[in-house]
Write a protein that binds this ligand. Structure first.
Ligand SMILES: NC(=O)c1ccc[n+]([C@@H]2O[C@H](COP(=O)([O-])OP(=O)(O)OC[C@H]3O[C@@H](n4cnc5c(N)ncnc54)[C@H](OP(=O)(O)O)[C@@H]3O)[C@@H](O)[C@H]2O)c1
Length: 369
């Protein structure tokens, strides 16, 4: 296992190696983090995809991207194992130091081991039920669990898969899934137990900080069942971890077609309501935008107004990523990439400074007649 974690000194040194990427590195959770992170969600659970991802991750880390995002269940643990190999290889070659890279992963979903077993139900029984890791009432929708015992097992699996002693950001994966099955009071009590476990993991040096990686939770109205209140989560974190608690990161989808993080004021604070980005920013929570390209659909065929607003960019993918990384309150635009050619195209975006507020506002002006 690689010892250490991302540090302020290490990430600053990494950023200083890329003077040609102005405005690419920003402060987040006390580190210098690239405005684009590489995601590892999509793709088949096979060796060919492993090889592609390994090449893309190495190209990203060599090219100015120092945040890698994954989850224990992505491609049935192959996502994490591929990242582990890519980082270990660059470290062994002397091209990267562990302290320079921020690795984020997630726990919450059930995962197989590299492939779907012949009898998934029997496999799950054998692995998790007989060993007592999962109890009869722990699972929601047959796929999601966030008990301390489950998260402890998943965290150990992720550390082994990644070959890292410390995971820099550990997310509860789509915790709002639990709200489909249990009342909000029970949900908050489950969150409290999960946060207690994560605070212990931070104290033991197994994680740096923790957070919530979500799909609907922060994007829906406060009247919706799946809605997550940042204020509530922040309060729970303070109660279990004190003033210096480690709830410091969140993830939500944000892109040209899913703009709710800046358009929906769904987070109550101090008798007012703010957007998720405004409230997270005021709390000092780092925000990573997932699905920056709407899972590839925003990489081609953007309307002319967007092409005109970002006319200095060479591809629609670059324009879409520029929109995300330039939005105030977004620290990192996550882009899923298993192709090294896509890494090169995406990295060309980081050669431009983020768009100004004035440039962004042009998107919202009526078209000229
Ligand atoms: N709830 C959650 O926690 C959650 C949900 C979704 C996503 N995420 C995270 O966010 C990351 C990003 O989201 P995503 O992967 O779902 O979708 P995405 O980033 O919106 O899109 C990824 C797709 O875009 C393609 N692509 C990447 N760069 C390109 C370029 N320059 N030109 C053309 N096509 C390009 C990729 O192709 P190739 O792969 O072939 O390069 C891939 O098919 C995920 O990988 C994951 O880490 C988290």
């Amino acid at each position: 296992m690689l010892k250490g974690r991302a540090t302020a000194e290490g990430t600053r040194a990494y950023a200083s190696r890329f003077p040609r990427l102005p405005g690419n590195f920003r402060p987040m959770i006390g580190l210098d983090v690239s405005s684009i992170g590489i995601g590892t969600y999509l793709g088949e659970p096979d060796e060919e995809t492993d090889r592609e991802y390994e090449g893309a991750i190495a190209a990203a880390l060599r090219g100015g991207i120092n945040l890698v995002d994954t989850a224990v269940n992505y491609r049935f643990q192959r996502g994490e194992r591929t990242i582990g190999r890519a980082i270990a290889d660059l470290v062994n070659r002397g091209e990267l130091r562990r302290e320079e890279v921020i690795v984020a992963t997630k726990g919450g979903y059930i995962t197989f081991d590299g492939e779907v077993p012949p009898n998934p139900r029997a496999w799950f029984e054998q692995q998790f039920v007989r060993s007592g890791i999962v109890g009869p009432n722990d699972m929601v929708e047959g796929s999601h669990c966030m008990t301390p015992r489950w998260l402890t097992a998943m965290l150990e699996l992720s550390r082994a898969n990644l070959g890292l002693e410390t995971i820099d950001i550990y997310y509860l994966h789509n915790p709002e899934t639990q709200l489909n099955a249990v009342p909000r009071a029970e949900f908050l009590s489950r969150i409290r137990e999960a946060f207690e476990m994560l605070e212990r993991a931070a104290a033991d040096g197994k994680i740096g900080v923790y957070g919530t990686a979500t799909w609907n939770g922060y994007r829906v109205a406060a009247t919706e069942r799946a809605w997550l209140s940042l204020d509530e989560l922040w309060r729970v974190a303070g109660e279990v971890g004190g003033e210096h608690h480690h709830f410091r990161a969140l993830q939500l989808p944000y892109n040209l077609a899913m703009p709710e993080a800046v358009t929906l004021a769904n987070q109550p604070v101090n008798q007012q309501r703010g957007t998720t980005l405004a409230v997270a920013s005021a709390m000092g929570i780092g925000v990573c935008a997932s699905a920056s390209l709407l899972q590839g659909r925003l990489a081609k065929g953007l309307p002319p107004i967007l092409r005109e607003a970002f006319d200095r960019f060479g591809s629609d993918a670059q324009r879409s990523i520029q929109f995300v990384r330039s939005t105030p309150g977004i620290n990192v635009a996550l882009v899923g990439m298993k192709s090294a050619a896509h890494v090169a195209d995406t990295l060309a975006t980081a050669a431009h400074p983020p768009a100004t507020q004035e440039q962004l506002m042009k998107l919202f002006q009526p078209a000229k007649s």
